[in-house]
Design a protein around this ligand. Structure first.
Ligand SMILES: Nc1ncnc2c1ncn2[C@@H]1O[C@H](COP(=O)(O)OP(=O)(O)OP(=O)(O)O)[C@@H](O)[C@H]1O
Ligand SMILES: [Mg+2]
Length: 358
């Protein structure tokens, strides 16, 4: 494990110089975005990403985002190397995020980021929680409610509690109303999430009332990780009457106070606690079979224990995303963060394929 900075500054010679970047399809609906569609803020982050890639020496980038033709395009002209930044899923359907990497494997095309198996595991937060607990990593208390369960009979008796879908991404199903203060509110919220996401299990968790952290990792278990300085969500600017959470409002609604008043800062965390969350992140990266980069979200319980909330394979690559903030804390520019992800992926591929490194 290395801290950010070491070894991250000097670019390596491109191993696969021709890079095809896969993206979500802005022509199609996307329910993780406001009004279910791409907007100018989404297109601006794409432009910033393209400009950053264009500034890297020795590579040529092309972009594919038309999902009606993407399968034929990839098959007709298999790329030398793919950067899989299609975090919306194939057809902008998050359930099908794993389909593109699975397809690339069938085409024998190397790609950046997590393989399908890791995506399957991380998609289900209850599975991640179980695996983390088995490794001795602290996790929130939780009740798992299956579709068809008698909701009222299954609920915990400790409030406040936090209600969220077990399988979802980008805070779909998580809004301010996720925080519930009594049994009646909890029943209503669980039913609401069930109506929004039919057929999915719902989690009712212990409400983690304390500080919220993110740990960003770039690299791979063999050659080693760069662990970026942990991020802390800064809720100090938020109206104290509002519950502290990063829900759908913070990710998709630019007019919400959660979008305008919540900030990210470098974590104010003591050395031992930082070492513990970094070790938990590294252990889960390996256990879940992530590749090249990942982000691990933690939050502190009322009695001061930092608990793992979820693991994000292929976390948001945007220049205003958490990973870019963490890189910034280490003095790593956005373009260099993208370069580090690309280099980690290309080195891993070269090692897997026995290709001599350039
Ligand atoms: N048990 C909990 N107690 C308190 N807050 C929680 C809890 N679980 C989740 N949250 C809040 O809800 C936010 C979103 O939850 P989580 O990270 O599980 O879902 P997500 O929507 O998949 O996130 P991301 O957008 O990071 O992929 C967290 O960042 C945190 O603010
Ligand atoms: Mg999260």
């Amino acid at each position: 494990m290395q801290q950010a900075g070491e070894g991250s500054r000097i670019p390596q010679r491109p191993i696969f110089p021709d890079v095809t970047v896969l993206l979500g399809d802005p022509r199609l609906a996307d329910h993780s975005k406001r009004e279910g569609a791409f907007h100018e803020e989404d297109l601006a982050t794409r432009d910033a990403m393209k400009a950053a890639f264009a500034s890297l020496d020795g590579y040529a980038f092309r972009y594919l985002d038309d999902h009606t033709t993407i399968l034929e395009d990839l098959r007709a002209e298999p790329p030398q190397f793919v950067v899989n930044f299609c975090d919306t899923g194939f057809g902008n359907d998050p359930v099908r995020e794993l389909n593109l990497p699975a397809y690339l494997e069938m085409l024998n095309v190397p790609y950046s980021g997590a393989p399908p198996a890791a995506m399957v595991l991380c998609w289900d937060k209850a599975v991640v929680r179980g695996m983390a607990a088995q490794l001795g990593i602290a996790v929130p208390d939780e009740v798992y409610i299956r579709p068809g369960d008698d909701v009222a009979a299954r609920l915990p008796d400790r409030y406040p509690a936090f209600v969220k879908p077990s399988c979802a991404d980008g805070s779909v199903g998580i809004t301010v109303d996720a925080v519930v203060h009594d049994h009646a509110q909890a029943v209503a919220r669980v039913k609401r999430v069930q109506a929004e996401l039919p057929g999915r299990a719902v989690l009712v968790q212990e409400f983690l009332a304390g500080a919220e952290y993110g740990v960003g990792v770039i690299g791979n278990p063999g050659p080693g990780f760069t662990i970026l300085p942990p991020l802390e969500v800064d809720y100090d600017g938020l109206d104290p009457a509002l519950p502290r959470l990063l829900g759908f409002e913070s990710k998709a609604l630019p007019d919400s106070p959660y979008w305008t008043d919540v900030r990210f800062r470098e974590a104010r965390i003591d050395r031992a606690a930082r070492a513990a969350i970094e070790a938990a992140a590294a252990a889960m990266f390996e256990r879940l079979g992530l590749s090249d980069y990942g982000r691990f979200d933690f939050r502190t319980s009322a009695d001061g224990v930092i608990k793992l909330m979820e693991v994000n394979p292929n976390p948001a690559w945007a220049n205003d995303g958490k990973l870019a903030f963490m890189a910034g804390f280490a003095g790593i520019a956005y373009r260099d963060m993208l370069r580090m992800i690309l280099e980690a992926a290309q080195s891993r591929t070269a090692a897997e394929r026995g290709t001599a490194q350039g």
